[in-house]
Design a protein around this ligand. Structure first.
Ligand code: SF4
Length: 365
């Protein structure tokens, strides 16, 4: 049901007033997803909240959590003879340990921007003498499409298509945040699009095991405001549960067809996240039946030892320990034009969003 402008205004006022009324002590809410970070800024939601309610970003920007180790491996791939790298555009500018895909492209590497994994199949068909490596980055939302692309490669008999998987699962990162001794999160705005694929079950542990309120949230301003209201209500009542605010899209069982494809092609593995290190069972690697498409296994890759950018505090930003303005590089030596770390590169990166919309005006630690 679509609300009129007047109804939307009334609902927004109701939620904003309710949040103010219930905010009797400082609470820290994590918006897990980068899309939420941007939506919160664009809608001016921070300005509607009382000072007691603090919003911090989380590990839900796929480019941001992809560690330099992966960027360096992708760069090593791009240096292999007769190899084409197919990637989403925002991966290009992420600084690796010594170079970036953008710098490699400028020096002649064949790196092409794609808008869907399926574009890489076309490139593979048109270039039978070359190996085409798709950089598969993203969460439950994008992984099924990448998995379906592998199935199509098999159907089409393509032998020159490969996937370098950095796919990640969101719930294990939340487990890592909640298990950390420095965790100070009072409630989670959970990403509606990953839950639309996986369903609600993988997120139940947040309230059931850790007694932290959680709301699966849509991406309209009113969705987010309502979700914050629902979190405050749970916090005030001391009764943490998992609430699905985004019922018009997220079904309790998720999308079983997408999960079937995902589980056919990928298996969970331990993997490295920027700022977290290894998180058990949080990555996706091709199953044995599709291992021939795995670039990491099929291509002879030699890469240098990886290191994260000196002084970059992306890791703390992604764990909700500081806001971007708490990093001394923010807006000084690190800007979207000259990013030091991945969080300043992606349009969904917390540092990029704070720079674009906030310019550090909400500086608190
Ligand atoms: S402002 Fe730049 S250097 Fe600082 S945490 Fe963000 S990306 Fe890293």
């Amino acid at each position: 049901m679509r609300l009129t402008v007047e109804e939307t205004g009334r609902a927004a006022r109701f939620f904003a007033d309710g949040i103010k009324r219930m905010a009797s002590r400082p609470v820290r809410i994590m918006e897990v997803c980068g899309t939420h970070t941007v939506a919160i800024f664009r809608a001016g939601i921070r300005q509607l909240l009382p000072p007691e309610v603090e919003l911090v970003s989380g590990p839900g920007c796929p480019v941001c959590v992809t560690p330099n180790e992966y960027i360096d491996t992708a760069i090593a791939c791009s240096r292999c003879p007769d190899t084409v790298i197919a990637t989403f555009g925002d991966m290009l500018r992420v600084p690796g340990s010594q170079s970036s895909l953008m710098a490699e492209k400028a020096q002649g590497a064949d790196i092409r921007i794609v808008y869907s994994p399926l574009d890489s199949l076309r490139i593979a068909r048109e270039n039978p003498g070359k190996k085409v490596v798709f950089l598969a980055v993203g969460f439950e939302t994008t992984a099924p499409t990448a998995a379906a692309t592998v199935l199509q490669a098999e159907q089409q008999g393509l032998e020159n298509f490969f996937v370098l998987s950095a796919h990640k699962l969101a719930p294990p990162a939340l487990k890592a945040i909640l298990a950390a001794p420095d965790s100070r999160i009072d409630g989670f705005l959970l990403p509606g699009h990953t839950a639309a694929i996986s369903g609600l079950a993988p997120y139940r542990f947040v309230a059931e095991e850790h007694r932290v309120p959680a709301v699966v949230t849509g991406f309209e301003a009113l969705d987010i405001l309502q979700a914050i209201y629902l979190l405050l209500k749970q916090i005030a009542a001391g009764q943490p549960v998992l609430v699905n605010q985004y019922r018009r899209v997220v079904k309790s069982a998720g999308n079983p067809a997408a999960m079937r494809v995902l589980n056919q092609v990928y298996r969970p593995v331990d993997t490295v996240w920027r700022g977290f290190g290894v998180i058990a069972g949080s990555g996706l690697r091709l199953t044995a039946a599709y291992e021939r498409y795995d670039a990491a296994a099929a291509l002879p890759l030699v890469k240098a030892v990886s290191r994260e950018p000196a002084g970059c505090r992306c890791g703390e930003v992604l764990r909700g320990l500081i806001v971007p303005a708490g990093c001394p590089h923010f807006g000084q030596s690190c800007t979207p034009e000259h990013p030091v770390g991945a969080c300043m590169v992606s349009v969904e990166g917390a540092c990029a969003a704070w720079y674009k919309y906030g310019q550090g005006r909400w500086h608190y630690e």
